[in-house]
Design a protein around this ligand. Structure first.
Ligand code: AMP
Ligand code: MG
Length: 358
């Protein structure tokens, strides 16, 4: 670590060592006074270290990480965050500073749907055609299982040439698959076999808000089935990533590149996408990011949108009228955790396509 760096008093009270935002410094200071969280002198030491890390040239960061036997891949901001987290954990443990017990998921269910589509048709009625789930154990940071199934579309059973090219999903794969409601039930049985939501706490994790808030939401509506309770909240990886590394929200390939990794497999294959999303999530967890829910669908309790009973069109007892379903679905809105501070909300499929095309 360079030794000649000077640290101002203001930087000294910012636990992140950030010199970029006065507001953030003030907020931390107020918080510290309020709950005494930062009264321990170790925080002063940490902010001095963080200030020094902020000023370190890239080569020095790489050499320091190498010395500490830490991963030295990734862009400079990633390296800085990795080194800061290392010192933070080391110093807090040494100083016996109790870290508040947080309610974090034990497992991540990484989902990346593929859907029917057409080129340059933003009003297309998408239907889910690939349903992959990668199960990650947060503690071991390992993939422990995978669920994978194609789904047969109803509205547009014939895949467009564009869709086949984009996703690599061939017509015979969807022709021989079950329709979405049955696949969903099999997936929920798979969840039960892992005691997810029972003994084991889990969170859904997706790349952006669209998988749940668009594809899953519309698919349930098309099939006249109740939106599943487990899909009402999730971790938006792009948001977690940009908040943790303090960088702009970006697409899957760029997140990998910033971490010094490359995409493995076929981009836009649901299974390969979700495996690569899982790799990023694991990297984040290894770098010390606490992956927790940051987006959810809000619902009007009076409309009883999240019914625990899974309703399918095949089960007459559970079926519901289109009007009832529309009412309950209309009560659902995408909600941001800490939305007041979010200036970069990109909850829009058009924006998504724009990013994908760029
Ligand atoms: P992705 O997870 O990025 O592979 O995309 C999920 C789904 O979004 C795809 O299966 C398509 O249905 C749709 N999609 C993604 N990119 C495009 C695009 N450029 N044009 C039309 N649809 C797209
Ligand atoms: Mg995909």
């Amino acid at each position: 670590m360079s030794s000649g760096s000077k640290v101002s008093v203001d930087e000294g009270v910012d636990p992140e060592g950030s010199s970029s935002s006065l507001t953030s410094v003030k907020v931390h200071r107020l918080k510290g006074i309020k709950d005494g969280q930062y009264s321990n002198p170790v925080f002063k030491k940490l902010s001095v270290i963080n200030g020094e890390i902020n000023r370190m040239p890239r080569e020095e960061l790489i050499s320091k990480l190498g010395e500490l036997k830490l991963d030295s891949r990734g862009v400079t901001d990633v390296l800085k965050k990795r080194l800061k987290t290392y010192y933070r954990e080391k110093k807090l443990t040494k100083a016996h500073v109790p870290t508040p017990k947080k309610s974090l998921p034990e497992f991540l269910m990484v989902i990346d749907f593929e859907a029917t589509c057409e080129e340059n048709n933003d009003n297309y009625d998408h239907e889910i055609i690939e349903f992959p789930v990668i199960l990650v154990c947060v503690e071991s940071k390992q993939v422990v299982d995978e669920f994978h199934s194609y789904c047969k579309p109803r509205i547009n059973p014939q895949l467009s040439e564009f869709c086949v090219q984009l996703t690599g999903i061939t017509q015979d794969k969807v022709d021989s698959a079950e329709e979405f409601p049955k696949v969903l039930r099999r997936m929920e049985d798979w969840m039960k076999s892992h005691e997810l939501g029972a003994k084991n706490k889990f969170a859904v994790l997706t790349d952006g808000p669209w998988d749940m808030s668009r594809f899953m939401y519309h698919q349930c509506r098309q099939n006249k089935i109740t939106y599943p309770r487990w899909g009402g909240k999730w971790i938006n990886l792009r948001k977690a990533y940009s908040n943790f590394y303090q960088c702009r929200r970006t697409k899957l390939n760029d997140m990998l590149e910033n971490l010094g990794m490359t995409f493995e497999g076929h981009l836009h294959s649901g299974l390969d996408d979700s495996r690569n999303i899982a790799r990023i999530a694991i990297r984040l967890a290894e770098d010390g990011c606490e992956l927790k829910v940051n987006e959810y669908l809000h619902y009007d309790r009076n409309e009883n949108a999240f019914k625990s009973k899974h309703i399918t069109p095949d089960s007459p007892k559970g079926s519901t009228s289109e009007e009832e379903l529309n009412q309950s679905m209309d009560g659902l809105h995408l909600t941001n955790d800490g939305a007041a501070n979010e200036t970069e909300e990109v909850d829009d499929l058009l924006e998504y396509y724009r990013i994908q095309r760029s």
